[in-house]
Design a protein around this ligand. Sequence first.
Ligand code: HBI
Ligand code: FE
Length: 287
Amino acid sequence: MAHAELTRPEGAASDWTIPQRWDAYTPQEHATWDALFARQARMLPGRTAPEFLQGLDVLRLSKPGIPDFEELSDRLMKATGWQVVAVPGLVPDDVFFDHLANRRFVAGNFIRRPDQLDYLQEPDVFHDVFGHVPLLADPVFADYMQAYGEGGRRAAALGVIDRLARLYWYTVEFGLVRSGEGLRLYGAGIVSSFTESVFALEDPSPNRIGFDLKRLMRTKYRIDDFQQNYFVIDSFEQLLDQTLNTDFGPLYTELDGQSDIEIEAILPTDRVFTYGTQAYARAKMPA
Ligand code: HBI
Ligand code: FE
């Protein structure tokens, strides 16, 4: 995603990090975390990838209150060599990629207001930590995220960030994964959302299509509502292997000559898990 010019706030370091200031959270802010956590914890067993649930456990994320990033980073460092660092909000693409390539995940240090439990636009500490960090305790996913950061730096140099951002969107944020007992959630945008964690898995509206890197990088996406299409990976190994074994330079060149695919389109070559009715999106269209 290309962002309008972001200005580095005063007090942020050149890599945009800031102190988390864990001591400054109010009891009400910790209570907001606890309320969000309790709601998702009820939702996720049987819906989420086992690797995600295991990450919650390894990182002791069920401990009450907003996690202290130092303690969290200690546990994460032992598991996979990743750290969590605080930032004021969205950071420029190059800064974001640089952190990932160095196995640092940037997390907003602020938490949403009690009247924003269901939706807010900027990634806060609940989305970033609850949504993203558990899978960073999984060795394979941890390597995938680093590879994405390295790929991002190369894509930036080639001026093709928008294409690569689709990969992040349809995997890290909104991905589904197969399991022996059906599909499971792993995307951070889904698992941190009370409403989308049901919609993504159970609603008849969206398509659910097998992961195909080239196809995915041609597919548009929406940032303002539930997805109309989810891509399903077979495993995190598949995701990492395809990312490491694809030469993205020639792929970008090849994709240059090809048209974008509409969000809700299904192609004859797609491996379809669910043909969506698109009822949800249609009901919202202007008459
Ligand atoms: N900054 N804090 C933060 N979190 C993100 O997820 C993020 C960002 N900056 C850029 C960005 N994501 C994406 O645009 C890149 O994946 C392309
Ligand atoms: Fe996110």
